[in-house]
Design a protein around this ligand. Structure first.
Ligand code: BES
Ligand code: MN
Ligand code: MN
Length: 451
């Protein structure tokens, strides 16, 4: 029986890929207002696609971008929610793409384009799994509700609101998500932990306008210098965060976990080689995987102020700004950490400037029990879909709505990532392995049959 469905996937994979390319041509960039109509069009494309497959599908409006909800009953009374996001990151930096971001292109079995891995390609695998089950068996083995949101990449809260309101009606036995990574291209993985995140913007303001650095430099504080000093007071050169009490609630790594990380035998040389950086770098006393998966970070995502065009211009800038993200790990509480950071910033900022701190967007970390029986079903499904043994990993990224699923639905959440960190999500030339797409589709078929 399962072979018949796998055969359907094989026989139809070229069409699946063409359909995914069509979905990727819609530039559903959630962070940019000028793409609002594209985001809407993308949601409508998905609803029509689901309806053509025979699902009951509609848009749900909870403020912000529409949620795509699609549902099909199953043979058993078990029910799964499949989550994904149809919004994508901006194409930036536009001039570094080898082929245009919204003209999906295949080179050597790899699909290039914005959203290929994050998250159109990964979530489309589940849509095609549902199609394959419906077309070969006429009915799904369990009930499926897709919830695809359009504002994962921009910190929207529509889906969280919906899940809180509809928790009784949803009540799934499991949530399935493909929006993370495999361990490597031949090793599928179940992600049992995600970091949380805080994002904000700090602006240091000095004189009302840029002023001559010969006339004023040295006699008033320079906002760009002060910003650099404030940021240096937040993190030491190794990446250790200097905010008092920041690490109070960070759980030490359990023995099984350090052993499991050790056993994965992560290759630091390959890791830096791919990125063309000289050495790994990070908090002392932790290996690379521990740093990415289990330790908090304080990052500057962008920093600007004063004169940034060609040549020199001798000014003291009126202001300087840094865009910041702070990754959190279990059991750090985002609100408490935000308060600690604000207090620290105020205490280290001199009174010669004004410091403006933008509102923080927050999302808590999540950690699952790997002994959950549903994880065994997922392991077996991945083994069958990929033809190799899956491993348990954590991921350093964040998917804000997952903590709402945990809190509101109280069921296991299976993160079966199909991407790779090296797929360049959020960067130029984002890509996704078509082999992973097809194997992931098969794994999803197996999971829906056994869950
Ligand atoms: N799919 C990623 C999150 C991710 C990446 C999980 C790699 C595991 C491994 C998601 O789309 C994402 O980019 N999330 C943002 C959230 C932020 C915008 C609030 C992130 O992690 O930066
Ligand atoms: Mn994503
Ligand atoms: Mn993303």
């Amino acid at each position: 029986m399962a072979d018949k469905i796998e055969a359907y996937v094989e026989a139809n994979k070229e069409r699946f890929i063409e359909e995914l390319k069509e979905l990727m041509r819609i530039p559903s960039v959630s962070a940019q207002r000028e793409h609002d109509s594209d985001t809407q069009a993308c949601a409508e494309w998905l609803v029509a696609h689901f309806q053509a497959l025979g699902l009951e599908a509609r848009l749900v409006d909870k403020g912000g971008k529409p949620i795509v909800r699609a549902q099909a009953k199953g043979k058993s009374s078990r029910r799964v929610v499949i989550y994904g996001h149809y919004d994508v990151q901006p194409e930036d930096p536009a001039d570094q793409w080898k082929t245009p971001p919204f003209e999906p292109t295949i080179r050597d079995g790899i699909l290039y384009g914005r959203g290929s891995t994050d998250d159109k390609g990964q979530s489309f695998a589940h849509i095609k799994a549902v199609e394959s089950l419906l077309k070969t068996e006429g009915e799904l083995p369990c009930e499926v509700i897709f919830l695809l949101e359009g504002e994962e990449e921009c910190g929207g809260e529509a889906l969280s609101r919906y899940v809180r309101e509809a928790r009784e009606e949803l009540k799934p036995d499991a949530v399935i998500i493909s929006d993370s990574t495999m361990y490597d291209e031949n090793t599928p993985a179940i992600t049992y932990g995600l970091r949380g995140i805080l994002t904000s913007e700090f602006t240091v303001k000095g004189p009302d306008q840029d002023v001559h650095s010969g006339a004023y430099g040295g006699a008033i504080a320079n906002p760009a210098m002060v910003l650099a000093q404030i940021l240096s007071a937040c993190v030491d050169p190794d990446g250790k965060i200097l905010v008092p009490h920041f690490y109070d609630d960070v759980a030490p790594l359990e023995k099984w976990e350090s052993e499991s990380i050790e056993k994965l035998g992560f290759d630091d040389q390959a890791f830096v080689g791919e990125l063309n950086v000289p050495h790994p770098h990070g908090e002392a006393g932790h290996c690379t995987l521990e740093r990415i998966w289990t330790r908090p970070t304080f990052e500057i995502n962008g920093i600007f102020g004063g004169y940034t065009a060609g040549g020199s211009k001798t000014i003291v800038p009126a202001s300087a700004t840094a865009k910041i993200s702070i990754r959190l790990v279990p059991h750090q509480d985002p609100e408490r950490i935000r308060d600690l950071i604000v207090e620290h910033l105020r205490s280290v900022c001199p009174d010669t400037v004004r410091l403006e701190i933008a509102d923080f967007a927050t999302s808590p970390p999540v950690l699952f029990d790997v002994n959950d029986p549903t994880f065994q079903a997922a392991q077996e499904a991945l083994r069958r879909g990929f033809g190799s043994d899956p491993v348990f990993i954590r991921c350093g990224g964040s998917i804000p709505v997952v903590s709402t699923f945990v809190e509101q639905l109280g069921c296991p959440v299976i993160l079966m990532g199909l991407g790779l960190d090296s797929d360049a999500p959020h960067g130029p030339n984002e890509h996704f392995s078509l082999e992973s797409f097809i194997r992931g589709t098969k794994a999803s078929v197996h999971l829906l049959r056994t869950i």
